[in-house]
Design a protein around this ligand. Structure first.
Ligand code: SAM
Ligand code: ZN
Length: 277
């Protein structure tokens, strides 16, 4: 049974034959055509359509499907397989802020000697629609990471790649031996892209260990750095749409991106593993 709970009353959600999930209090959630649930209460929405929009989600999918971030995905998978210890050969995992589902499908799936029941969640309906439409074996729902419709202490591993994090809520849903993996930008991430748009680059100084407080303790950090070569401006525009730079690019910067047909870009990631303390 999926460890999910009603976002209104926190009772368990059960599948019912009508292609919906229902709780003891008769709160009912229909499965969409693609097979996902919308478990985000309307009053938890800060806007009509929160999270990444359709254009950003599609750009992300096109980019990731070219394999540009495969080295990162492989590294995450190898950290899970080689470093984490689970009590059981079957684990429950969450891809938090999963976007269009690339990491839930590729990094949490087909693990050596472990069966993983994969949940993916994101506040963007556009993202979840794409994830559920493509990766049918995983279970996706719309929700906010600040109020996860997931049972307390039911999860063994949370993966969060470039998405918001909430230690309190993550701590609640993880069991005592659970792990949290956060992927965040390393110092030189996207250096050449920033230089192209702004003529300068300020190294990232985000300290994820400081930001991730109780109930977590830092276990290890793996830095993954590699270069990608982008040989068409359409793909470079996709990459731009995946970054916060997109919202802060002048007309002139956008022109530079459009006219750039070959660029080598540094990808720099920190994969940080936390344990519930
Ligand atoms: C930079 S994207 C990363 C997506 C995916 N993890 C990846 O790396 O391809 C950040 C994601 O966080 C989602 N997001 C933003 N605020 C959120 C929240 N409060 N709860 C859940 N997801 C959220 C966005 O909709 C977006 O899909
Ligand atoms: Zn309910």
């Amino acid at each position: 049974m999926l460890p999910i709970q009603c976002p209104f009353c926190q009772y368990s959600l059960f599948f019912n034959e009508e292609r919906s999930y229902v709780c003891e209090n008769n709160h009912n959630f229909d499965l969409s055509k693609q097979g996902y649930l919308n478990l985000l209460p309307v009053n938890n929405k800060k806007s009509k359509s929160p999270g990444d929009n359709d254009m950003m989600v599609k750009a992300r999918r096109e980019f990731l499907e070219q394999g540009f971030y495969d080295p990162l995905m492989q590294e995450i998978k190898s950290v899970i397989e080689n470093e984490l210890e689970f009590n059981s050969e079957e684990i429950n995992t969450i891809d938090s802020g999963c976007g269009e589902g690339y990491y839930s499908e590729n990094a949490l799936n087909n693990l050596n000697n472990i069966k993983s029941n994969i949940i993916g969640t994101d506040i963007s309906k556009h993202a979840i629609k794409q994830a559920a439409g493509k990766y049918k074996e995983n279970f996706y729902f719309v929700s906010s990471i600040y109020n996860l419709p997931v049972k307390t202490e039911s999860i063994d591993l949370i993966l969060s790649v470039f998405s918001p994090n909430d230690s309190k809520e993550f701590g609640r849903v993880l069991n005592d031996k659970g792990y949290l993996i956060i992927v965040s930008p390393g110092k030189n991430h996207m250096k050449q892209l920033a230089e192209l748009i702004y003529d300068s680059f300020r190294p990232h100084e985000y300290n994820i260990i400081e930001k991730t407080g109780e109930p977590f303790s830092h276990s290890s950090t793996h830095r993954k750095t590699f270069e990608i070569e982008i040989n068409n401006s359409g793909m470079l525009q996709n990459l731009l749409k995946m970054t916060p730079y997109y919202w802060n690019t002048s007309k002139e910067g956008q022109e530079k991106i459009k006219n750039c047909n070959a660029i080598t870009i540094t990808c720099d990631f920190n994969i940080t593993v936390f344990k519930k303390a």
